[in-house]
Design a protein around this ligand. Sequence first.
Ligand SMILES: C[S@@+](CC[C@H](N)C(=O)[O-])C[C@H]1O[C@@H](n2cnc3c(N)ncnc32)[C@H](O)[C@@H]1O
Length: 425
Amino acid sequence: MVTLKQAVQLPDIKPRTPLASLDRAAWIGRPERFSVESVAPIVGMAPHFVRRALGHGGDVTVDEVIALMDQDAFGETFVPRSQVLDYLVRESEVNQTAETPELEDYLLIEGNVTEVLSLIEPGSVQCVVTSTPYWGLRMYKDSKIVGWADGEECAYGHEQTPEGFVRHTVQILHQLRPVLTDEASIWWNIMDSYNTRTQIRGNAAEALRAMQGKETKSWADHDARRYSAGHSYLKDGEQCLLPTQIAERASRLGYFVKSVITWAKPSSMPEPQNSRVSRGLEYIIHMSTVRAPKFDKTAYRRMRPTLGGRNVGYESDKLSDVWVMPTSSGKNGHGAQFPTALPGRCIGLSTDVNDVVLDPFVGSGNSGVAARALGRRFIGIDVSPQYITSADEAISAVKGSGFEAAGRDLSEVNPHQELPMTGEL
Ligand SMILES: C[S@@+](CC[C@H](N)C(=O)[O-])C[C@H]1O[C@@H](n2cnc3c(N)ncnc32)[C@H](O)[C@@H]1O
Protein backbone atom coordinates (compact mmCIF):
# COMPACT_ATOMS: atom_id res chain seq x y z
CA MET A 1 0.00 0.00 0.00
CA VAL A 2 1.31 3.47 -0.89
CA THR A 3 0.09 6.38 1.29
CA LEU A 4 -0.40 10.16 0.82
CA LYS A 5 -2.55 12.21 3.28
CA GLN A 6 -5.26 14.90 3.85
CA ALA A 7 -8.96 15.31 4.67
CA VAL A 8 -11.19 18.43 4.56
CA GLN A 9 -14.54 20.08 5.27
CA LEU A 10 -16.40 20.66 1.98
CA PRO A 11 -17.99 24.03 1.14
CA ASP A 12 -21.49 24.41 -0.36
CA ILE A 13 -21.85 24.26 -4.14
CA LYS A 14 -23.16 27.59 -5.51
CA PRO A 15 -23.01 27.76 -9.32
CA ARG A 16 -20.53 30.45 -10.33
CA THR A 17 -19.14 30.60 -13.86
CA PRO A 18 -16.11 32.91 -13.98
CA LEU A 19 -16.19 35.73 -16.55
CA ALA A 20 -12.94 35.13 -18.42
CA SER A 21 -11.61 35.39 -21.96
CA LEU A 22 -8.28 34.91 -23.72
CA ASP A 23 -5.89 37.87 -23.30
CA ARG A 24 -4.63 37.86 -26.92
CA ALA A 25 -2.46 40.97 -26.58
CA ALA A 26 -0.46 39.32 -23.79
CA TRP A 27 0.28 36.22 -25.91
CA ILE A 28 0.66 37.25 -29.57
CA GLY A 29 4.27 37.00 -30.75
CA ARG A 30 5.60 35.05 -27.77
CA PRO A 31 8.38 32.57 -28.65
CA GLU A 32 7.16 29.29 -27.03
CA ARG A 33 6.53 26.27 -29.29
CA PHE A 34 4.64 23.03 -28.59
CA SER A 35 4.38 19.63 -30.27
CA VAL A 36 1.23 18.88 -32.29
CA GLU A 37 0.60 15.90 -29.98
CA SER A 38 0.53 18.10 -26.87
CA VAL A 39 -1.69 20.76 -28.47
CA ALA A 40 -4.27 18.49 -30.17
CA PRO A 41 -6.06 17.12 -27.04
CA ILE A 42 -6.16 20.60 -25.48
CA VAL A 43 -7.81 22.28 -28.49
CA GLY A 44 -10.03 19.22 -29.00
CA MET A 45 -8.90 18.27 -32.51
CA ALA A 46 -7.19 15.19 -33.91
CA PRO A 47 -3.44 15.69 -34.64
CA HIS A 48 -4.03 15.18 -38.40
CA PHE A 49 -6.69 17.92 -38.34
CA VAL A 50 -4.31 20.29 -36.50
CA ARG A 51 -1.65 19.67 -39.20
CA ARG A 52 -4.25 20.30 -41.92
CA ALA A 53 -5.46 23.50 -40.26
CA LEU A 54 -1.89 24.80 -39.87
CA GLY A 55 -0.62 23.55 -43.22
CA HIS A 56 2.49 21.91 -41.70
CA GLY A 57 3.46 19.11 -39.29
CA GLY A 58 6.13 20.90 -37.27
CA ASP A 59 5.94 22.43 -33.80
CA VAL A 60 3.09 24.82 -33.11
CA THR A 61 3.79 28.46 -32.23
CA VAL A 62 1.78 30.54 -29.74
CA ASP A 63 0.16 32.49 -32.62
CA GLU A 64 -0.84 29.20 -34.25
CA VAL A 65 -2.44 27.94 -31.02
CA ILE A 66 -4.53 31.13 -31.01
CA ALA A 67 -5.42 30.52 -34.68
CA LEU A 68 -6.52 26.98 -33.76
CA MET A 69 -8.76 28.34 -31.00
CA ASP A 70 -10.38 30.57 -33.66
CA GLN A 71 -11.20 27.57 -35.87
CA ASP A 72 -14.84 26.49 -36.04
CA ALA A 73 -13.60 23.01 -35.03
CA PHE A 74 -12.25 24.22 -31.66
CA GLY A 75 -13.82 22.46 -28.69
CA GLU A 76 -12.74 22.79 -25.08
CA THR A 77 -11.65 19.52 -23.45
CA PHE A 78 -10.45 20.22 -19.90
CA VAL A 79 -8.73 23.60 -20.09
CA PRO A 80 -10.91 26.70 -20.71
CA ARG A 81 -9.99 28.77 -23.80
CA SER A 82 -8.65 31.63 -21.64
CA GLN A 83 -6.10 29.26 -20.05
CA VAL A 84 -5.00 27.02 -22.94
CA LEU A 85 -1.68 28.80 -23.48
CA ASP A 86 -0.86 29.02 -19.75
CA TYR A 87 -1.52 25.28 -19.52
CA LEU A 88 0.66 24.38 -22.52
CA VAL A 89 3.57 26.47 -21.19
CA ARG A 90 3.21 24.98 -17.68
CA GLU A 91 3.08 21.40 -18.99
CA SER A 92 6.12 21.87 -21.24
CA GLU A 93 8.11 22.71 -18.09
CA VAL A 94 7.00 19.72 -15.95
CA ASN A 95 9.63 17.11 -15.09
CA GLN A 96 8.19 13.79 -13.86
CA THR A 97 10.45 11.68 -11.62
CA ALA A 98 8.05 9.36 -9.81
CA GLU A 99 9.23 5.96 -8.61
CA THR A 100 6.98 3.07 -9.71
CA PRO A 101 5.95 0.72 -6.85
CA GLU A 102 6.19 -3.02 -7.56
CA LEU A 103 3.02 -4.79 -8.69
CA GLU A 104 2.75 -8.55 -8.12
CA ASP A 105 -0.85 -9.58 -7.55
CA TYR A 106 -2.53 -6.34 -6.52
CA LEU A 107 -1.50 -2.90 -5.33
CA LEU A 108 -3.53 -0.24 -3.52
CA ILE A 109 -2.42 3.38 -3.61
CA GLU A 110 -3.86 5.92 -1.19
CA GLY A 111 -3.92 9.42 -2.65
CA ASN A 112 -5.49 11.89 -5.04
CA VAL A 113 -5.73 10.36 -8.49
CA THR A 114 -4.31 13.38 -10.34
CA GLU A 115 -1.11 13.12 -8.27
CA VAL A 116 -0.57 9.39 -8.01
CA LEU A 117 -1.22 8.24 -11.60
CA SER A 118 2.41 9.12 -12.34
CA LEU A 119 3.43 6.26 -9.98
CA ILE A 120 2.03 3.69 -12.43
CA GLU A 121 4.30 2.18 -15.05
CA PRO A 122 3.68 3.78 -18.47
CA GLY A 123 1.98 1.48 -20.99
CA SER A 124 1.15 -1.18 -18.37
CA VAL A 125 -2.64 -1.00 -17.85
CA GLN A 126 -4.88 -3.06 -20.14
CA CYS A 127 -8.20 -1.99 -18.64
CA VAL A 128 -9.50 0.85 -16.48
CA VAL A 129 -12.83 0.17 -14.85
CA THR A 130 -14.26 2.63 -12.39
CA SER A 131 -17.19 4.44 -10.91
CA THR A 132 -16.28 8.05 -10.17
CA PRO A 133 -17.85 10.39 -7.63
CA TYR A 134 -20.98 11.81 -9.28
CA TRP A 135 -21.40 15.57 -9.44
CA GLY A 136 -22.77 17.15 -6.28
CA LEU A 137 -24.30 13.94 -5.03
CA ARG A 138 -22.30 12.38 -2.17
CA MET A 139 -20.01 13.25 0.69
CA TYR A 140 -17.14 10.79 0.93
CA LYS A 141 -15.26 10.07 4.13
CA ASP A 142 -11.88 11.65 3.37
CA SER A 143 -12.41 14.17 0.59
CA LYS A 144 -9.35 16.06 -0.53
CA ILE A 145 -9.14 19.48 -2.16
CA VAL A 146 -7.50 19.06 -5.56
CA GLY A 147 -5.88 21.84 -7.64
CA TRP A 148 -7.18 21.27 -11.21
CA ALA A 149 -5.77 22.32 -14.58
CA ASP A 150 -8.63 24.82 -15.06
CA GLY A 151 -7.64 26.63 -11.85
CA GLU A 152 -10.54 25.41 -9.69
CA GLU A 153 -9.64 24.02 -6.28
CA CYS A 154 -12.20 21.55 -4.96
CA ALA A 155 -12.80 17.92 -4.08
CA TYR A 156 -13.65 15.87 -7.18
CA GLY A 157 -17.46 15.87 -7.49
CA HIS A 158 -17.83 19.13 -5.52
CA GLU A 159 -17.22 21.57 -8.39
CA GLN A 160 -19.14 24.85 -8.36
CA THR A 161 -20.58 24.03 -11.81
CA PRO A 162 -21.32 20.86 -13.77
CA GLU A 163 -18.90 22.17 -16.45
CA GLY A 164 -16.14 22.04 -13.84
CA PHE A 165 -16.99 18.41 -13.16
CA VAL A 166 -16.86 17.60 -16.89
CA ARG A 167 -13.44 19.30 -17.18
CA HIS A 168 -12.00 17.50 -14.18
CA THR A 169 -13.26 14.14 -15.40
CA VAL A 170 -11.74 14.78 -18.82
CA GLN A 171 -8.45 15.86 -17.19
CA ILE A 172 -8.29 12.50 -15.39
CA LEU A 173 -9.02 10.68 -18.67
CA HIS A 174 -6.16 12.64 -20.27
CA GLN A 175 -3.81 11.79 -17.41
CA LEU A 176 -4.73 8.10 -17.76
CA ARG A 177 -3.57 7.86 -21.39
CA PRO A 178 0.17 7.36 -20.66
CA VAL A 179 -0.38 4.35 -18.36
CA LEU A 180 -2.53 2.49 -20.92
CA THR A 181 -1.39 -0.22 -23.31
CA ASP A 182 -1.94 0.25 -27.03
CA GLU A 183 -5.01 -2.00 -27.05
CA ALA A 184 -6.59 -0.84 -23.78
CA SER A 185 -10.19 -0.15 -22.78
CA ILE A 186 -11.63 2.31 -20.28
CA TRP A 187 -15.03 1.57 -18.75
CA TRP A 188 -16.30 4.72 -17.01
CA ASN A 189 -19.43 4.29 -14.88
CA ILE A 190 -21.19 7.62 -14.41
CA MET A 191 -24.63 8.89 -13.51
CA ASP A 192 -26.10 12.20 -14.65
CA SER A 193 -27.03 14.94 -12.16
CA TYR A 194 -29.82 17.50 -12.08
CA ASN A 195 -29.19 21.20 -11.46
CA THR A 196 -31.24 21.36 -8.26
CA ARG A 197 -31.11 22.77 -4.76
CA THR A 198 -30.31 19.79 -2.56
CA GLN A 199 -28.48 18.50 0.49
CA ILE A 200 -25.38 16.43 -0.23
CA ARG A 201 -25.62 13.19 1.73
CA GLY A 202 -23.24 10.37 2.63
CA ASN A 203 -25.14 7.50 1.00
CA ALA A 204 -28.36 6.39 -0.70
CA ALA A 205 -29.84 5.09 2.58
CA GLU A 206 -29.68 8.61 4.09
CA ALA A 207 -31.43 10.02 1.01
CA LEU A 208 -34.13 7.32 1.23
CA ARG A 209 -34.76 8.08 4.92
CA ALA A 210 -35.23 11.76 4.01
CA MET A 211 -37.71 10.86 1.29
CA GLN A 212 -39.69 8.73 3.76
CA GLY A 213 -39.98 11.77 6.01
CA LYS A 214 -37.56 10.32 8.59
CA GLU A 215 -34.97 13.09 8.15
CA THR A 216 -34.12 14.77 11.46
CA LYS A 217 -31.57 17.28 10.05
CA SER A 218 -32.69 20.68 8.73
CA TRP A 219 -31.22 22.28 5.56
CA ALA A 220 -28.78 24.26 7.73
CA ASP A 221 -27.60 21.14 9.62
CA HIS A 222 -26.18 19.49 6.51
CA ASP A 223 -22.41 19.56 6.13
CA ALA A 224 -22.67 20.38 2.40
CA ARG A 225 -25.46 21.72 0.20
CA ARG A 226 -25.92 22.38 -3.48
CA TYR A 227 -27.77 25.46 -4.83
CA SER A 228 -29.21 25.72 -8.36
CA ALA A 229 -29.45 29.49 -8.90
CA GLY A 230 -26.58 31.38 -10.52
CA HIS A 231 -25.59 29.01 -13.34
CA SER A 232 -24.74 30.64 -16.67
CA TYR A 233 -27.51 28.78 -18.53
CA LEU A 234 -28.93 25.78 -16.61
CA LYS A 235 -32.30 26.42 -15.05
CA ASP A 236 -33.49 24.93 -11.77
CA GLY A 237 -34.40 21.25 -12.12
CA GLU A 238 -32.71 20.69 -15.50
CA GLN A 239 -30.76 17.55 -16.35
CA CYS A 240 -27.07 18.41 -16.84
CA LEU A 241 -26.24 15.80 -19.56
CA LEU A 242 -22.82 15.12 -18.03
CA PRO A 243 -22.18 11.61 -19.47
CA THR A 244 -22.66 12.71 -23.08
CA GLN A 245 -20.45 15.77 -22.58
CA ILE A 246 -17.72 13.59 -21.06
CA ALA A 247 -17.97 11.09 -23.94
CA GLU A 248 -17.75 13.84 -26.58
CA ARG A 249 -14.69 15.38 -24.97
CA ALA A 250 -13.02 12.00 -24.51
CA SER A 251 -13.32 11.61 -28.27
CA ARG A 252 -11.72 15.05 -28.76
CA LEU A 253 -8.87 13.95 -26.45
CA GLY A 254 -8.12 11.14 -28.87
CA TYR A 255 -9.97 8.15 -27.36
CA PHE A 256 -12.29 6.00 -29.46
CA VAL A 257 -15.73 6.16 -27.84
CA LYS A 258 -16.91 2.60 -28.51
CA SER A 259 -20.27 2.63 -26.68
CA VAL A 260 -22.29 4.55 -24.19
CA ILE A 261 -23.83 1.62 -22.35
CA THR A 262 -27.02 1.91 -20.32
CA TRP A 263 -26.88 0.21 -16.96
CA ALA A 264 -30.55 -0.50 -16.17
CA LYS A 265 -31.07 -0.80 -12.42
CA PRO A 266 -34.30 -2.67 -11.62
CA SER A 267 -34.36 -1.47 -8.00
CA SER A 268 -33.21 2.14 -8.30
CA MET A 269 -33.91 4.90 -5.76
CA PRO A 270 -37.39 6.44 -5.75
CA GLU A 271 -37.43 10.17 -6.60
CA PRO A 272 -40.00 12.67 -5.27
CA GLN A 273 -40.36 14.53 -8.61
CA ASN A 274 -43.73 15.37 -10.14
CA SER A 275 -42.58 17.12 -13.31
CA ARG A 276 -40.44 14.33 -14.80
CA VAL A 277 -39.97 10.56 -14.89
CA SER A 278 -37.73 8.86 -12.30
CA ARG A 279 -34.26 7.72 -13.22
CA GLY A 280 -33.61 4.00 -13.49
CA LEU A 281 -30.27 4.02 -15.26
CA GLU A 282 -26.62 4.91 -15.12
CA TYR A 283 -24.11 4.90 -17.96
CA ILE A 284 -20.89 3.07 -18.67
CA ILE A 285 -18.79 4.85 -21.30
CA HIS A 286 -16.57 2.33 -23.07
CA MET A 287 -13.52 4.04 -24.60
CA SER A 288 -10.40 2.57 -26.15
CA THR A 289 -6.96 3.66 -27.26
CA VAL A 290 -7.36 2.10 -30.73
CA ARG A 291 -10.22 1.29 -33.10
CA ALA A 292 -10.01 -2.46 -32.28
CA PRO A 293 -8.96 -2.91 -28.62
CA LYS A 294 -8.51 -6.33 -27.03
CA PHE A 295 -12.11 -7.56 -26.86
CA ASP A 296 -13.55 -11.04 -26.23
CA LYS A 297 -17.32 -10.89 -26.60
CA THR A 298 -17.64 -14.61 -25.83
CA ALA A 299 -16.50 -14.06 -22.21
CA TYR A 300 -20.06 -12.83 -21.55
CA ARG A 301 -21.37 -16.33 -22.22
CA ARG A 302 -18.61 -18.09 -20.29
CA MET A 303 -18.46 -16.07 -17.06
CA ARG A 304 -20.55 -16.55 -13.95
CA PRO A 305 -23.35 -13.93 -13.70
CA THR A 306 -21.95 -12.69 -10.38
CA LEU A 307 -18.76 -11.82 -12.25
CA GLY A 308 -20.51 -10.28 -15.23
CA GLY A 309 -21.85 -13.19 -17.27
CA ARG A 310 -25.33 -13.07 -18.77
CA ASN A 311 -28.03 -12.14 -16.25
CA VAL A 312 -30.55 -14.78 -17.36
CA GLY A 313 -34.16 -13.66 -17.24
CA TYR A 314 -33.15 -10.04 -17.85
CA GLU A 315 -30.52 -10.18 -20.60
CA SER A 316 -30.49 -12.07 -23.88
CA ASP A 317 -27.73 -14.28 -25.23
CA LYS A 318 -26.60 -11.35 -27.37
CA LEU A 319 -24.49 -8.84 -25.44
CA SER A 320 -26.04 -5.44 -26.14
CA ASP A 321 -25.54 -1.89 -24.86
CA VAL A 322 -28.25 -2.33 -22.22
CA TRP A 323 -26.92 -4.12 -19.14
CA VAL A 324 -29.41 -5.17 -16.48
CA MET A 325 -27.76 -5.51 -13.10
CA PRO A 326 -28.88 -4.91 -9.53
CA THR A 327 -27.31 -2.14 -7.49
CA SER A 328 -24.92 -3.20 -4.76
CA SER A 329 -26.20 -3.76 -1.22
CA GLY A 330 -23.35 -1.55 0.06
CA LYS A 331 -22.71 -4.05 2.84
CA ASN A 332 -19.19 -2.96 3.72
CA GLY A 333 -19.96 0.65 4.59
CA HIS A 334 -19.22 2.44 1.28
CA GLY A 335 -22.13 4.65 0.22
CA ALA A 336 -21.73 4.28 -3.57
CA GLN A 337 -20.59 0.82 -4.62
CA PHE A 338 -21.20 -0.81 -7.97
CA PRO A 339 -22.04 -4.55 -8.08
CA THR A 340 -19.08 -6.89 -8.67
CA ALA A 341 -20.79 -8.12 -11.84
CA LEU A 342 -20.31 -4.72 -13.48
CA PRO A 343 -16.49 -4.46 -13.32
CA GLY A 344 -16.35 -8.25 -13.78
CA ARG A 345 -18.06 -8.00 -17.17
CA CYS A 346 -15.82 -5.13 -18.30
CA ILE A 347 -12.69 -6.99 -17.20
CA GLY A 348 -13.79 -10.28 -18.79
CA LEU A 349 -14.52 -8.58 -22.11
CA SER A 350 -11.34 -6.53 -22.40
CA THR A 351 -8.47 -8.36 -20.68
CA ASP A 352 -6.64 -11.67 -20.55
CA VAL A 353 -5.45 -13.53 -17.46
CA ASN A 354 -2.50 -11.69 -15.82
CA ASP A 355 -3.30 -8.36 -17.55
CA VAL A 356 -3.31 -5.27 -15.32
CA VAL A 357 -6.66 -3.70 -14.38
CA LEU A 358 -6.79 -0.21 -12.80
CA ASP A 359 -9.58 1.39 -10.77
CA PRO A 360 -8.62 5.02 -9.99
CA PHE A 361 -11.59 5.35 -7.55
CA VAL A 362 -11.50 1.93 -5.92
CA GLY A 363 -13.85 2.62 -2.97
CA SER A 364 -14.93 -0.66 -1.39
CA GLY A 365 -12.78 -2.66 -3.80
CA ASN A 366 -15.44 -4.44 -5.87
CA SER A 367 -13.45 -3.98 -9.08
CA GLY A 368 -10.40 -5.52 -7.36
CA VAL A 369 -12.51 -8.43 -6.12
CA ALA A 370 -13.67 -9.10 -9.68
CA ALA A 371 -10.16 -8.69 -11.11
CA ARG A 372 -8.63 -11.10 -8.59
CA ALA A 373 -11.41 -13.66 -9.02
CA LEU A 374 -10.72 -13.56 -12.76
CA GLY A 375 -6.95 -13.89 -12.28
CA ARG A 376 -6.03 -10.39 -13.42
CA ARG A 377 -3.50 -8.18 -11.65
CA PHE A 378 -5.02 -5.08 -10.11
CA ILE A 379 -4.15 -1.52 -9.09
CA GLY A 380 -6.64 0.47 -7.02
CA ILE A 381 -6.42 4.15 -6.05
CA ASP A 382 -8.54 5.99 -3.50
CA VAL A 383 -8.11 9.20 -1.56
CA SER A 384 -9.63 7.65 1.58
CA PRO A 385 -7.40 5.57 3.90
CA GLN A 386 -10.53 3.91 5.29
CA TYR A 387 -11.73 2.79 1.85
CA ILE A 388 -8.23 1.58 0.99
CA THR A 389 -8.30 -0.60 4.12
CA SER A 390 -11.76 -2.04 3.29
CA ALA A 391 -10.72 -2.61 -0.32
CA ASP A 392 -7.62 -4.45 0.91
CA GLU A 393 -9.72 -6.67 3.18
CA ALA A 394 -12.22 -7.42 0.41
CA ILE A 395 -9.64 -8.16 -2.29
CA SER A 396 -7.34 -10.25 -0.10
CA ALA A 397 -10.35 -12.37 1.00
CA VAL A 398 -11.15 -13.52 -2.55
CA LYS A 399 -10.96 -17.29 -2.41
CA GLY A 400 -9.32 -19.30 -5.14
CA SER A 401 -7.73 -16.17 -6.55
CA GLY A 402 -4.82 -16.24 -8.92
CA PHE A 403 -4.42 -17.27 -12.47
CA GLU A 404 -5.48 -20.91 -12.08
CA ALA A 405 -8.78 -19.81 -10.55
CA ALA A 406 -9.37 -17.61 -13.58
CA GLY A 407 -9.51 -20.65 -15.82
CA ARG A 408 -12.20 -22.08 -13.58
CA ASP A 409 -14.22 -18.89 -13.46
CA LEU A 410 -14.36 -18.54 -17.19
CA SER A 411 -15.35 -22.15 -17.81
CA GLU A 412 -17.84 -22.44 -14.94
CA VAL A 413 -20.95 -22.00 -17.05
CA ASN A 414 -24.35 -21.96 -15.44
CA PRO A 415 -26.66 -20.65 -18.13
CA HIS A 416 -29.71 -20.92 -15.86
CA GLN A 417 -28.42 -18.84 -12.99
CA GLU A 418 -30.26 -15.61 -12.27
CA LEU A 419 -28.73 -12.73 -10.36
CA PRO A 420 -30.50 -11.75 -7.16
CA MET A 421 -31.99 -8.42 -8.29
CA THR A 422 -32.33 -6.91 -4.83
CA GLY A 423 -28.82 -5.70 -4.19
CA GLU A 424 -27.33 -8.91 -2.83
CA LEU A 425 -24.14 -8.98 -4.88
C1 LIG B 1 -18.35 6.17 -6.44
S1 LIG B 1 -17.08 5.86 -5.31
C2 LIG B 1 -16.33 4.40 -5.92
C3 LIG B 1 -17.09 3.19 -5.55
C4 LIG B 1 -16.46 1.89 -5.98
N1 LIG B 1 -16.63 1.66 -7.41
C5 LIG B 1 -17.14 0.75 -5.22
O1 LIG B 1 -17.75 -0.12 -5.81
O2 LIG B 1 -17.03 0.78 -3.98
C6 LIG B 1 -15.89 7.08 -5.62
C7 LIG B 1 -14.63 6.96 -4.80
O3 LIG B 1 -13.71 7.96 -5.24
C8 LIG B 1 -12.91 8.35 -4.14
N2 LIG B 1 -12.31 9.66 -4.49
C9 LIG B 1 -12.89 10.87 -4.49
N3 LIG B 1 -12.01 11.82 -4.90
C10 LIG B 1 -10.86 11.18 -5.20
C11 LIG B 1 -9.59 11.62 -5.70
N4 LIG B 1 -9.34 12.89 -5.95
N5 LIG B 1 -8.64 10.68 -5.91
C12 LIG B 1 -8.88 9.37 -5.64
N6 LIG B 1 -10.05 8.91 -5.14
C13 LIG B 1 -11.04 9.79 -4.95
C14 LIG B 1 -13.88 8.37 -2.96
O4 LIG B 1 -13.19 8.22 -1.73
C15 LIG B 1 -14.79 7.17 -3.30
O5 LIG B 1 -14.39 6.01 -2.62
